[in-house]
Design a protein around this ligand. Structure first.
Ligand code: SF4
Ligand code: SF4
Length: 229
């Protein structure tokens, strides 16, 4: 899922600028699960902003709502009138959610309350770790289900750099596990170390977004509308 973190209150107050009627809008999917932008966080942020604006003697109102997903236009469409009735939307979704609404309401200010941080999984209660960078060429079948692009600090694809510590930590940061150390022992456990010996060709990083925004077109799902070329 997508992991986000709320921006500091002072920063959020700053980006509200001169807008006087704000809709604080949560998203009921990823950011709800990671406790960054769901209904509960919308309530907490709205209360904090009301208090802050009272203390600073700023006249501004904060209304609250949370929809199922901000990254799908059908859900946003259902609150179209509410969005139009406000000066700005303070979105607690990830960057995709913010941009979906901005795309639908180009005349309206859609402001981000979160920093979208990474794609990851919950490791323990209250701890999330990054484990995929959407490189566009998944190789988890070669690495025992451990992503080298994410877990190796240098994104190496053919084994460790030689700087792994004897405790299996990364030379870039001794607090993190060396990804290739983990891959090695996972493959060993699976009796698949022969995979580890296969040399992987240089990666084509264009699939990872290094040549601009990526796009997928599924012709079998596209609906041609009247007037389309
Ligand atoms: S190899 Fe690429 S697609 Fe697969 S988990 Fe790693 S970053 Fe994600
Ligand atoms: S020590 Fe391990 S994780 Fe760190 S850069 Fe080298 S191979 Fe990658």
């Amino acid at each position: 899922m997508i992991i986000g973190q709320r921006k500091p209150i002072d920063e959020i107050m700053g980006i509200l600028e001169e807008n006087k009627k704000i809709l604080v809008l949560g998203c009921g999917t990823c950011v709800t699960v990671c406790s960054a932008g769901g209904e509960k966080e919308v309530g907490i942020l709205s209360s904090a902003l009301r208090m802050k604006s009272q203390i600073e003697n700023v006249e501004i109102t904060f209304d609250e709502n949370t929809i199922e997903r901000q990254c799908e236009k059908e859900f946003v469409d259902a609150i179209k009138k509410e969005i139009e009735d406000h000066d700005a939307v303070l979105s607690m979704a990830c960057g995709v959610g913010v941009q979906t609404i901005a795309d639908m309401f180009p005349h309206k200010m859609i402001l981000p309350a979160l920093n979208t941080t990474f794609m990851g999984m919950p490791k323990e209660q209250g701890i999330w770790v990054e484990n995929c960078r959407a490189c566009g060429n998944c190789r988890l079948h070669l690495t025992g289900g451990i992503c080298p692009v994410t877990r190796c600090s240098k994104n190496l694809l053919n084994g460790p750099c030689g700087g792994t510590t004897s405790e299996g930590k990364c030379e870039v940061d001794k607090d993190i596990d060396c990804g290739w150390y983990l891959v090695y022992y996972r493959l060993k456990e699976q009796d698949k170390l022969s995979i580890f010996e296969e040399i992987q060709p240089p990666n084509d990083w264009r699939a990872a977004g290094h040549k601009g925004p990526r796009k997928i077109i599924r012709e079998d799902l596209v609906i041609e509308r009247e007037g389309d070329a």
